[in-house]
Design a protein around this ligand. Sequence first.
Ligand SMILES: Cc1ncc(COP(=O)(O)O)c(C=O)c1O
Length: 288
Amino acid sequence: MSEVYLNGEFMPLAEARVPVMDRGFLFGDGVYEVIPVYGGYPFRLSQHLERLDRSLQSVRMENPLQPDAWERIFARLIGSASDLDQLIYLQVTRGVDRTRNHLFPQGVEPTVLVMAWALGPRDPAISGTGVAAVVLEDNRWHRCDIKAIALLGNLLLRQEAEDAAATEAILVRDGLVTEGSSTNPFIVQGGEILTPPPSTRLLRGVTRDLVLELARGADLPCAERHITRDELETADELWICSSSRELQPVTRLDGKPVGEGVPGPRWRQLDDLFQDYKARLDSWGKRV
Ligand SMILES: Cc1ncc(COP(=O)(O)O)c(C=O)c1O
């Protein structure tokens, strides 16, 4: 990462500083986005910027920049690194207040930070053998639809998964699957692809929406509907997806094999469609 954008300026990462009175630091009072970059172009950019708008609106903040201003920042950061595949991280906090006060300050400029780093190649072991996950109780707040920087709930769950030698925690609230600690899950049951419907209990992933779009485009049976813990545990296939992980097959859940215990045929089909979709974008004028 050669440089970052902070409040209107580009600078080396080591020089980027935020005052301790920043509400992001004191309260986790801000929102963020993670946008993949393939072949040098942001992927599903308008969907990410729309979600940023929704997150900002939900926390009663204005978007500090117009879409073209965001794009110019992204283009410069992408261009300053040699890697064609990257991840853009952007964060907007409510800004720097004079005192530590729970109430929202008036007339304060938001703090805007954008960074980009290389997105390494896919680990072939993931498509070969899949990954392990555990099921955990979703004990986070009830506005998981907001991409808030206050991620302690998610971090505790992810660490618990890691401690159990698993790569992700699949979360269950009131007996129903919500999402992963930083991914959206899909199950396959009798050939049908299922994922929980959007609600305040989960972050509506841009990758999740694309998976549904690709499945529908290929006439594969799929539905957004509630998934019970029992359905999760007896699924033929289970996958997780996100901007940084793409689509990963989960082949062990709580130490037991999922289906046959190997990446399933529906996952392969969707992963192929996803990889094709990424590759096809090369021939488009503006790739978003
Ligand atoms: C809690 C949570 N759910 C789902 C996702 C997947 O979202 P996306 O596909 O937009 O990356 C993420 C991504 O970070 C996440 O943190």
